[in-house]
Ligand binder design. Sequence first.
Ligand SMILES: NC(=O)C1=CN([C@@H]2O[C@H](COP(=O)(O)OP(=O)(O)OC[C@H]3O[C@@H](n4cnc5c(N)ncnc54)[C@H](OP(=O)(O)O)[C@@H]3O)[C@@H](O)[C@H]2O)C=CC1
Ligand SMILES: Cc1cn([C@H]2C[C@H](O)[C@@H](COP(=O)(O)OP(=O)(O)O[C@H]3O[C@@H](C)C(=O)[C@@H](O)[C@H]3O)O2)c(=O)[nH]c1=O
Length: 296
Amino acid sequence: MSTTTLIVGSGFVGRAVAARLAARGGTPVLASRTPPPEDTAPWVRLDATDADACAQVVESVRPDRLVLVHGPSDVTWCEADPERAIALHSAAARHLTAAARGRRTVLISTDNVFDGSGPDNDEATPTAPANAYGRAKLAAERIVGTAPDATVLRVSLVYGWEPADCAKWLNFFAACAHRLRAGERVEAPHDQWTTPVLVADVAAVTAAVLEPGAPGLLHLGGPDRVSRAEWAAAIADGLGVPRTRVTPVPRAAGRYASRPAHTCLTSTLLDEVLRRHGLRVRGVAEGVRALLEAAP
Ligand SMILES: NC(=O)C1=CN([C@@H]2O[C@H](COP(=O)(O)OP(=O)(O)OC[C@H]3O[C@@H](n4cnc5c(N)ncnc54)[C@H](OP(=O)(O)O)[C@@H]3O)[C@@H](O)[C@H]2O)C=CC1
Ligand SMILES: Cc1cn([C@H]2C[C@H](O)[C@@H](COP(=O)(O)OP(=O)(O)O[C@H]3O[C@@H](C)C(=O)[C@@H](O)[C@H]3O)O2)c(=O)[nH]c1=O
C-alpha cells in the first residue's frame, strides 16, 4: 500500500519533496496557508501555528509520516521581527510534533544555526545562530528533536528554477540566472561561503531519511564550498555569459549583514545514507548544467 506523507510547507523545497515522493509511488499531501502555484500533489489548507488545525489535518489526512518544511524562510523578514519569527517556528514545531503522535517526522533545518566562524560545520559543531532566522530554526529543532522518531536534516543554500515573477524572494541561483539572462549585472558577496545543494538532491535525501534507520541529525551540503561571488560566476559560466557581469562585493555592504560568513555543511554521516540509498549529491557545475538542460 502507498505511504502517505504530510508535507507542511508547499514552497520551493516542499513541492520538490512532493514530486520526488510521487515519482516513487508514494502519496504526498502538501499543506500550507495558501495553495501552491502548481498542481504538484493534493493540497490541504493549514496554518501550522494553530494547534487545533494541526490536529485536525493529521486526523483527516492520516499520514504515515511528516516532513516539516514550512516558513517563514525569509532571513531578512525574520531579522526585522525576531520574536515573531521564533514564536512562529516554535509554535508550529510544538503543534505538529504533538499532532504527529510519534509518527516519523523530518524537519528541514538550516546552515544558519551556525555563527559563521567556520570554515566547516559537521553534526558535532556547536550551534550558535548569528541571526533571528537561525535562532527560530534552532528552537524548532529542539522541539522536534524531542519526538520519538524524528530526523533534523540541516541543509545549506538550496537552488533550482523558480519563475522570475514568483511572489517570493527567489533562491540565489534563480535570482542570478534570471538577471544574467536578461543582460543585467549581479552583485554577490565574496565573503559569504556555503555548500549549495540542488533542490532535487535535497528532495531525494529527504525521501531517503524518511525511511527507518536514518540518523537523528544529518547535514546535507553540496560537495563544493563556494562564496556567493564564485557561485554567481559558476552560474554565468553555465549560461555562457562573461564572468565580468558578476561584481564581488563585501557581505556587510548590503542586505547580507545578518548572514553568517561560513555556513558550509559537512557531514560524518551523509556518505553512509547516500550509499545505502544509491544517491549522489551534485556539485555546482553539474547542478547548473542539469538545470540549464531543463530550463523553463
Ligand atoms: N531554501 C533554502 O535554501 C533552505 C530552506 N530551508 C528550510 O526549508 C523550509 C522551506 O524553505 P523554502 O521552500 O525555500 O521556503 P518557501 O518560502 O518557498 O516556502 C515556505 C512554505 O511554508 C508555508 N508556510 C509559511 N508559514 C506557514 C504556516 N504558518 N503554516 C503552514 N505553512 C506555512 C508557505 O506557504 P503559506 O505562506 O501560503 O502558508 C510556503 O508554502 C524552511 O523552513 C527553511 O527554513 C533550510 C535550508 C535552506
Ligand atoms: C547575492 C545576492 C542575492 N540577491 C537575492 C537573491 C535572492 O533572491 C535573495 C536572497 O538570497 P540568498 O540566497 O542569499 O538568501 P538567504 O536568505 O541568505 O539564503 C538562505 O535561505 C535560507 C532559507 C536558508 O536556510 C539558508 O540556507 C540560505 O539558503 O537576494 C540579490 O538580489 N543580490 C545579490 O547580490
